[in-house]
Design a protein. Structure first.
Length: 86
């Protein structure tokens, strides 16, 4: 399983991509959290070229309000547009 820094770094990369593409955080417990807009997730990022940053993150999307930790994320994946519609 990837480390916290690797997961956080991948999330930051996806948030900065243009155009933005929705992605999913797959959690250890089997839950799948869809990030369909860059403003749906918040966390204290690491300092570029250094360490730090928060292990915790917040997701606010539609009715979902989630507080979790990057330690609970097993993988990050781009979401297929068809998967969002259905």
């Amino acid at each position: 399983m990837p480390g916290v820094e690797a997961i956080r770094s991948e999330v930051q990369r996806l948030l900065r991509s243009a155009p933005f593409r929705p992605f999913a955080l797959n959690l250890e417990n089997g839950d799948r959290i869809i990030i369909d807009h860059p403003e749906n997730i918040a966390f204290d990022p690491a300092v570029p070229g250094g360490s730090g940053g928060s292990d915790d993150f917040y997701v606010v999307s539609n009715r979902l309000r989630l507080f979790s930790t990057f330690k609970a994320v097993s993988s990050v994946a781009i979401v297929d547009h068809g998967a969002l519609a259905g």
